[in-house]
Design a protein around this ligand. Structure first.
Ligand code: NAP
Length: 250
């Protein structure tokens, strides 16, 4: 039996857990940070909450006899990815980063890349009506923009200081393009702020359709080492690894 740890919290991590569910030769554990109160059901084992930094994750790898770690966390979740790199160095463990490709502009897109969220907040024109779809934890940089109205959309209600002029919409994707067009139109949105998360994203299609500008926050650098762009590539990496790692016979 080989033991696989998936660092999760993304569509790809869930798809990987589902793809591995029928494998009798693997024991798969998905780890979630615990940010979402009722995450979608996943096959296999589930653990929730931080490990206590890289050293805590290394201890987990050692104590659970993990044979392979697949870091399928969100491209903006840089801390856990750095911890995974360090943990797999402290307790030598094969590691793969499953990182979905970033979005590339298409004809009709009016994107302005910005390096981070404070830069996005600074770049918003005064009087803008903004769809802020960046998650609930990273809203601080926008809280001083008293001259902008925000529609804040997140899966869970937002944390921390919020800008004074806002409405909150709690909703979980995936969203349909027509619904996104209706949302942007109803709220008279003039600017969209998004992270360059990659994957399917109806709000960017809707912004293109409406000719709206988008402030697109660039990704932090990806973790070093082996990388897959798709679940299929991650499965191929794991298959190649399973052929060479010793089986403990359990
Ligand atoms: P982060 O800043 O990279 O990580 C902060 C801390 O949260 C980590 O040091 C770790 O705590 C814990 N953590 C993060 N992911 C974990 C996981 N999968 N399992 C166990 N502990 C985890 O991460 P974040 O940006 O807050 O994102 C948290 C989770 O939400 C990630 O799993 C990510 O895939 C998902 N997510 C993030 C975004 C985003 O925009 N950042 C978007 C969608 C989904 P310890 O140091 O104590 O181990």
């Amino acid at each position: 039996m080989r033991r696989v740890l998936i660092l999760g919290g993304t569509t790809e991590a869930a798809a990987l857990a589902r793809a591995l569910a029928a494998r009798p030769d693997l024991e798969v554990t998905t780890s979630l940070a615990g940010r979402t109160r009722s995450p979608a059901a996943l096959p296999g084992r589930l653990r929730t909450g931080g490990f206590g930094g890289a050293a805590g994750l290394a201890d987990f790898l050692a104590s659970r006899g993990i044979d392979a770690l697949i870091d399928a966390t969100h491209p903006f979740a840089a801390r856990i990815s750095a911890n995974a790199v360090e943990a797999c160095r402290l307790h030598p463990t094969p590691r793969l980063a499953l990182v979905r490709p970033p979005w590339e502009p298409q004809p009709g897109d009016r994107w302005t890349p910005v390096p981070d969220l404070p830069a996005a907040a600074a770049a918003l024109p005064s009087g803008a009506r903004t769809l802020l779809a960046i998650g609930r934890q990273d809203l601080d940089p926008f809280s001083a923009r008293t001259d902008v109205w925000f529609l804040i959309r997140s899966v869970e209600p937002p944390d921390g200081p919020l800008p004074p002029n806002h409405a909150v919409l709690t909703a979980r994707g995936p969203f349909r393009v027509d619904d996104e067009v209706a949302l942007l139109t109803t709220h008279r949105i003039t600017t969209v702020v998004a992270k360059n998360s990659g994957g399917n994203d109806a709000k960017l299609d809707a912004a293109r359709r409406l000719g709206l500008p988008v402030l697109l926050v660039s990704r932090p650098p990806p973790p070093p080492g082996a990388r897959a762009a798709t679940v299929a590539e991650a499965l191929a990496w794991l298959d190649a690894l399973v052929d060479i790692i010793p089986n403990d016979g359990a």
